[in-house]
Design a protein around this ligand. Structure first.
Ligand code: FAD
Length: 290
């Protein structure tokens, strides 16, 4: 089923992002995480894509779909030639994958530029247009930033390219993580004023640790509100930071649900505990159906 259809049903979806495993240790952790989070009956999940683990992405989305009967979307980036991209998309359709998240892909490191393999697939919008233009029947998601992408000069720039993705055929968007809902509400107001009607799903990250927070804020451009940063600065250890992250995310989700978001998409980093605690709290507050 197309994810856009689920997002337009009028009740918020719950979804999880899993990272394709890089080695056997990660496979075991991921297996446990998927099993634990499947118990929360997500409406859909997605699996990240990296060139070196591309086969694993495809393997995992089909397995989750078959074993757990959960709609599973594969991420795909501009890391391949057009022929290779076609081969992957053909494979997805053949295996019954119904949705693809069309992305440019992360640069190799925080200060390094992204190098496209094919000059015609240099941006997320190029990949969206490629999927749509080649007649694939897949639902297409794309990424957007509630804050500023680290490579963008300003938010206007960012907004223009988000619009381009929708014009190229993206039928829903997922935001990069953010810790201050005002960025998301502002993005929605501007999108609706500009006539963008597709669902825009907030992407949420419960902070896993001090080190991961530093890395993801650098890669994503997300900022941490002063009050949360001050609490993190004086937290004695990573468990205390994890708890602060869960509490903050519960507050974010509660406000987003009250505002009528189409869904909540959790960046899990292949860990089940934080997302489980957040969903438990939201159900306890009757903000989500049990
Ligand atoms: P783009 O839209 O191409 O944007 C990248 C930069 O280029 C931005 O600064 C933008 O303003 C600018 N830009 C966009 N279009 C144009 C244009 N036509 N001309 C000039 N400049 C332009 N990365 C992975 O490697 N694998 C994953 O699986 C993955 N999953 C993700 C899932 C989500 C939900 C999100 C939000 C991000 C994910 N990422 C993943 C990270 C993502 O690839 C990076 O954030 C990347 O830097 C941006 O991707 P994009 O598709 O938005 O790129």
């Amino acid at each position: 089923m197309r994810i856009a259809h689920l997002l337009n049903r009028g009740r918020p979806t719950v979804s999880f992002e899993f990272m394709a495993p890089r080695d056997e240790d990660e496979v075991l952790i991921l297996e446990r995480t998927v099993a634990a989070l499947a118990g929360h009956a997500p409406d859909w999940v997605s699996v990240t894509y990296r060139v070196r683990t591309g086969e694993k992405t495809l393997e995992l989305v089909t397995r989750i779909k078959r074993q757990y009967h959960i709609e599973s979307m594969a991420h795909l980036t501009c890391a391949n030639t057009r022929d290779e991209t076609r081969r992957i998309l053909n494979w997805m359709e053949r295996e019954g994958i119904a949705n693809v998240l069309a992305l440019r892909g992360d640069p190799p490191g925080p200060a390094q530029p992204f190098q496209p393999v094919d000059p015609e697939l240099a941006h997320g919008s190029d990949l969206v247009a490629f999927v749509r233009g080649n007649g694939y029947r897949l639902g297409i998601g794309a990424a957007c930033s509630a804050e500023k992408h680290p490579e963008s000069p300003d938010r206007e720039h960012e907004f223009r390219y988000m619009q381009l993705k929708v014009e190229a055929g993206a039928d829903f968007l997922i935001t990069q993580l953010f810790f201050d809902n005002r960025f998301y509400f502002d993005l929605i107001a501007r999108a609706r004023a500009a006539g963008i009607k597709v669902p825009i799903v907030p992407g949420l990250m419960p902070i896993p640790s001090r080190r991961s927070l530093a890395f993801v804020t650098q890669m994503s451009g997300a900022t941490v509100p002063d009050q949360l940063q001050q609490a993190i600065d004086v937290a004695p250890d990573d468990e205390a930071i994890r708890k602060l992250g869960v509490e903050h995310c519960i507050r974010q989700c509660a406000e987003l649900l009250e505002a009528g978001v189409p869904g909540l998409h959790f960046y899990t980093f292949n860990r089940a505990r934080a997302a489980s605690e957040i969903l438990g709290a939201l159900r306890g507050q009757q903000l989500l159906a049990s």
